[in-house]
Design a protein around this ligand. Sequence first.
Ligand SMILES: NC(=O)CC[C@H](N)C(=O)O
Length: 317
Amino acid sequence: MDAIGTIEIAGIVADIAAEMGAAAERGTVASYIPPLAQVPPEKFGIAVVMADGAVHVAGDADEAFSIQSISKVFSLTLALGAVGDQLWQRVGREPSGSAFNSIVQLESEQGIPRNPFINAGAIVVCDVLLGRSAPAEAIAQMVRFVRTLAGDEAGSIGIDEAVASAEQDTGFRNMALANYMRAFGNIRAPVERVLGVYFHFCALAMSCRELAMAGRYLMNGGRVGGHSVITANRARRINALMMSCGHYDNSGDFAFRVGLPGKSGVGGGILCVAPGIASIAVWSPGLNASGNSQLGTLALERLVQRTGWSVFEPRVS
Ligand SMILES: NC(=O)CC[C@H](N)C(=O)O
């Protein structure tokens, strides 16, 4: 850890929540998935779980929200566990520079998505998981996995079925992506099954506190409480992908402003990792033009300015 102590972090987290509560420019809540449009834009939560186990929360940190594309981090982790590096034959590792739901690169790149954190890539990841289990099993395995990562013994993390079925009803672009990749042979299971799994993963609901807890393995070289979730090498690589691809065509700007691996979702959440230091979750439903939480990004930018936690900053001992 660096020179900043526990009391200071608690104060910084509380100050940021107060600043974000008062912010006027809150972005636009996603409306293409109808239940997400109902979430009040005033919400803001932040949770910081330190490497020593201390937890600092402020604002609406205990209110569950739809984690949406943040689930792509957990599905990637499961798929790497299932098939290892063979995954990279079907999904790339380059930033796309395009929107999260873009189809344009798939034609010239023969149905191989640029990375696992855009929709097309995450849909392939779901297909890989379906190579090993039926849809209901894959969904149950994901819920169990995230609960275990978060230490959620009460089982409060779950799938918001209303969100999952709204995505099913409105997910025409995702259907197009999946069918298009199927034409190239990069989706193997029936498209409806693959998307059923994908939509349920996106519909996972949890709070900032639970999400920051679930991200601990990424700050800890793949380990949580003495257990190895994944190898240190894989944790490092997932962090690298979060840095380069976690915010779609905004990933460069996020690295510039925050300088930490992060993954956003259209529910307004961001999971962010300060390796060796902290796992952080923020939530504010209003999005910027690239579909990333406007105030969530600003909150992380301020947190890093005040703590010096950017991976590009020298560590003070
Ligand atoms: N960026 C996101 O969070 C997108 C996830 C959303 N479920 C979709 O597929 O469109």
